[in-house]
Design a protein around this ligand. Sequence first.
Ligand code: MOS
Length: 753
Amino acid sequence: MKKEHPIEDPHREYMEWAQTSGGQTAPPPSKPAPGPAAEFKRIGRYTPRLDGKKIVTGAAQYTHDLRFEDMLHGKILRCPHASADLAAIDISEASSYPGVKAVLKLKEGRVKWAGEQIAAVAAVDERRAEEALALIKVEYKVLPHVVEEGKAQEKDAPLVQDQGNVQKSSEYNRGDIEKGFKEADLVFEQTYKTSWEVHQPAETHGSIAQWDGDFLTVWDSTQGVHSVRDGLARALGIPAGRVRVIKHYMGGGFGSKLGVNDFTVVAARLARETGRPVKIILTRRENSYCVGYRPSAQMTIRAGVKKDGTLTALHFKSNNCGGIGRGDRCAEPATDLYKCPNVKVEEYSIFVNACGSRATRAPGHTQGTFGLEGFMEELAAKLGLDPLELRRRNYSGKEKGDTGNPYSTKGLELCYGLGAEKIGWSRRNKKPGAGGGKIKTGLGMAGQIWPGAGVPRTLADLKIYPDGSVEIECGTQDIGTGTRTHIALVAAETLGLEPEDIAVKIGDSDYPWAPNSGGSLTTPSVAPAVRDAALKAAEYLKGLAAKKLNAAPADIVLENRKLALKSDPAKAIEFKEIARGLPRPTPFHGERSGMTAGFAYQTFGAHFAEVEVDTETGKIKVKKVVAAHDIGRVINRQTAESQVIGGVTQGLSAALFEEKIMDPETGNMVNPNFHDYKIATALDIPEIVPLFADIVDDRLNNLGTKGLGEPPRIPSSAAIANAVYNAIGVHVREIPMTPARVLAALKRKEARP
Ligand code: MOS
């Protein structure tokens, strides 16, 4: 079936291919990515990480690895009660304990979750700091607590927030929802749940603080050196210009390391008091229960559809629980991903006595996609439609479900086609659960939408030295994704050099401003700023070379470490030779510009999963995942593929294993370690095939590139859940899909008439 997709797209031929082929064929593989800069030599191809060897050999220095002369170790005493009034803290014995250099009281009044900071110790080593913590005497008046979402909503539940344990957090309306339901041939409703998922970066949180007079330097495992600097300045009441935050290497953050941490402020205070550097590294246990997690969501979706699958109404209601903090807003996939004129959203935050949640890789969208895409899967079965076809029939060319601005580019149809072809979509069970035997197999898919447009005004400085060396300074950071390499790649491409010719300096708040590495912001913010600086440098160098070669600057190209005439490539000067003429190290300032107004900028993607379900044990084995994404131009295909593999893995882990579990009695987390908090291991990871739409978004930035940090996490759990449905014919509507939940779902199926 050929349909009209009212889309403004500069890459029409790709869209047309996708539509006419019905997603059953792939585009010719030799076809280059469209766009004006398709002549790139390195950008878009595979470049190994420049610092890969350093990382895998252990030479890279992480915050945990750093040690300074006279350095003290800080430890935090945390409240064991989920709700209490703090009556008194006695630090006298701890203060006089041998090796202890400072003790701080950190809390007074009401404590609202088990794990809140009460006091801190700085001592000459970790053991003595731990021992001193045990000597701090705290008197608590223990109060009733609630850690269960259901209980928190009961009338006589202990009040977690003064305004109530249930608060409306968002509302959205378009069209007329009642009219939409009246127009429907079928109305369907279902509820989906996601659990608390802890970020669990390989490297736990940690900071080292050191004062030099009234200047503070902090080495921090962080996703944002600038935001930590600003947060520290505010918390300590000192000027931002006197704070410097450094992070060279880190082992992941996933949203839990976006701003300044309370313990980092403590490290700075202990360092000020003792006049010595103070290091605080959180244990895995602290990392599990003190620094956030993904809020849970309980989403009830009700939709009206025509017989042909056209959505007429969509009602999305969600209860989102993030401890003492607000839950995520999960409705955006439901309001945006499909064309639907009548939409209503109501979201509520449920408050309980647990640590506040934190942004977790695609906050809200990940939960919302699990709900929406599971719902679409079940809806397709009700209608007797192929689930991919149902999605195609509701394809939207504009934001807000076809009611807002046109998308600058949208390669979702292409992702559908690429993914379906690669997984062999025609192999799926036409009827969910159709296959026989004890081990059942199935195929499922899910789509994703996420902003990932990047931040205008991001800065990068490029400097050329008279010895011909090139340096980039940018206050971004590599959270493990390969930022140094893509910066070098863009500069090298633009200047006709090799990536290893570029000295990339990042991870320092003294460098030019760049945003947090979160929200899929880094590449689409930083790469265009680097490109801008390098283009300015190239223009300048072309002018110098033009004089020497007696040619027009426009006739000069930079390649192979030379500046050569386009019209006569034999006439060329070494890059180094031109640089030698510079009077001094010469800087070029790059800035990420704004985007063309009047368009909506989003990333899109679709995952296709193949699973096996053992119907006797309830165990799920993921056999293969194909992940197709439209993220504009790919900068470094190697690290982009790694990012997709990581996102699929994390989503698989959440789909099958991960859940932060609270003890209702004590109000404490019962699984704050890697033994009891299950994470996918290498044995659980299937073949993962990353694919890219390679549609260059020229309206977005000078490289046409979007972000990829979050997109591959978003549909990952949903695609697996949908494949399980296709295998066993009953939907497991709650993640993690533990064997117990799978078996319970199978029972539900048997109980059906
Ligand atoms: Mo974010 S939740 O740091 O990508």
